[in-house]
Design a protein around this ligand. Sequence first.
Ligand SMILES: [Zn+2]
Ligand SMILES: [Zn+2]
Length: 130
Amino acid sequence: MSAGEARGSCHCGAVRFVARFPSRFVAHCHCASCRRAHGAAFVTWAGFPSAQVDVVEGRDALAAHESSAGTRRLFCGRCGTKLLFMSERWPGETHVALAAFDEPVDRPPTGHVFWDEHVPWLPPLAAPPE
Ligand SMILES: [Zn+2]
Ligand SMILES: [Zn+2]
C-alpha cells in the first residue's frame, strides 16, 4: 500500500483493483442511468486516466453492461457490485465507483453532475449543486 494509490474491491472480493493518483475528479452523479444501474439515489465517481486503473484480481469475473451506446458499466459477475464506467463521451477515462474503494482517494467529492435529473426524494442533508 502506498499513499500514491488506493485499492478497492467488489462485495465478494473476487474483483480487486487499484487506482493510482492523481484522480481527475470526484463527483456525485445524479443521472437516471447511474441511478438505475446502481439502485441508488446517486453514484459517486472518482475519475482517472484509464492507464492509472488496473484490475489486479478477478478480471475473469468482470462482466459488462452497455447502458447506452458506447458506454460500458463493469461489475462483478458473481456478486453484482458495480465498479467501473467507461464511455466514448469521456475517452481515455475510467470512472471508479467511490463506494468500492477500500482506501481513501486523493480528494473529496467536489460537485454534483446531472443535478437536473436528481430524485425528488433526496434527504435534506444532501448538499446543493455547486
Ligand atoms: Zn464480487
Ligand atoms: Zn451518471
